[in-house]
Design a protein around this ligand. Structure first.
Ligand SMILES: C[S@@+](CC[C@H](N)C(=O)[O-])C[C@H]1O[C@@H](n2cnc3c(N)ncnc32)[C@H](O)[C@@H]1O
Length: 258
């Protein structure tokens, strides 16, 4: 997948050589600047971190992938109850060990899966989102609290989910997680800051594409495929084996062999 909209690459200090080369190769319509430009997404290198500023961003000055943010720390410290909706959806009592997250985004769900003890391979196809994720992982490796967890349990890859599924060995993951982008009618208070930013510049997935990905995922999971859906949306493909509805999301579970 390429980058369609014109992007600005802003560096307030000299960026790593490798990052600059990547920007020049990946973003054909890039414009380099030393300050933010209105009305287009700005990829910003400052304070040794990669950040994104999107136009008319009502959610704060910028976003970055931060596995040590106060929210993530809270999630890690409070411990994750097995009664939580996401835990039920993952089917932790069946002790899945490996997960493939087809749609990593900023990897909040992938990080939660790590906290539940899963080893996660997370795929992201959008080059900018992937680059932000890669930078978050790089910084996390240096963090004394979570460095080992991330190093030992999380692998990320920039690729298209369907291509990856076609090449992967069947049944090589206990669990496959799928959280595509849905069209949003309006911004709700429930969509989190990072999601609002993704919604601002990523094109939603087409139903046909989502069904094709799910169809392939169903052939590849040892135990289950978990699809994250808006609460009132129709299930993809067919009725799931189980469903866990919540206030802002619903998890549809397709058990393998059923
Ligand atoms: C709704 S967001 C995922 C949010 C993520 N669960 C999190 O916790 O941050 C969907 C992400 O998946 C990516 N994506 C959508 N379809 C994809 C596909 N077929 N292959 C790889 N990545 C995909 C999008 O670029 C976007 O970043």
């Amino acid at each position: 997948m390429g980058v369609e909209s014109p992007y600005v690459f802003v560096s307030e200090q000299a960026p790593p050589h490798e990052l600059l080369r990547w920007v020049r190769e990946q973003i054909p319509s890039f414009y380099e600047s030393d300050r933010l430009i209105d009305n287009c997404p700005n990829l910003v290198w400052s304070e040794q971190e990669l950040k994104l500023v999107v136009p008319r961003n009502s959610v704060g000055p910028y976003v970055k992938v931060d596995f040590s943010s106060p929210q993530m720390n809270h999630r890690r410290r409070q411990g994750l109850g097995k009664k939580q909706l996401f835990a039920k959806a993952l089917g932790l009592s069946a002790q899945p060990k490996t997960a493939l997250d087809l749609t990593a985004g900023f990897a909040t769900d992938a990080f939660t899966m790590l906290l539940y003890g899963l080893h996660v391979t997370a795929l992201e196809r959008h080059p900018i989102v992937y680059k932000l994720l890669e930078d978050g992982v790089r910084r996390a490796h240096l963090d004394l609290d979570i460095g080992l967890l991330i190093k030992n349990q999380l692998q990320i890859e920039q690729c298209e989910a369907l291509e990856y599924l076609h090449k992967a060995e069947p049944l090589s993951y206990d669990l496959i997680f799928y959280d595509p982008m849905y069209p949003t009618k309006k911004k709700t208070a429930l969509s989190k800051k990072n999601m609002q930013v993704l919604q601002a510049f990523i094109i939603p997935n087409e139903t046909e594409e989502m069904e094709e990905v799910l169809n392939q995922a169903l052939k590849m999971a040892r135990q289950r495929v978990v699809v994250k859906r808006p609460p009132s949306a129709e299930p993809l493909l067919r009725k799931p084996s189980l469903s866990f509805p919540g206030k802002s999301v619903r998890y549809d579970i397709y058990l393998s062999g059923k």
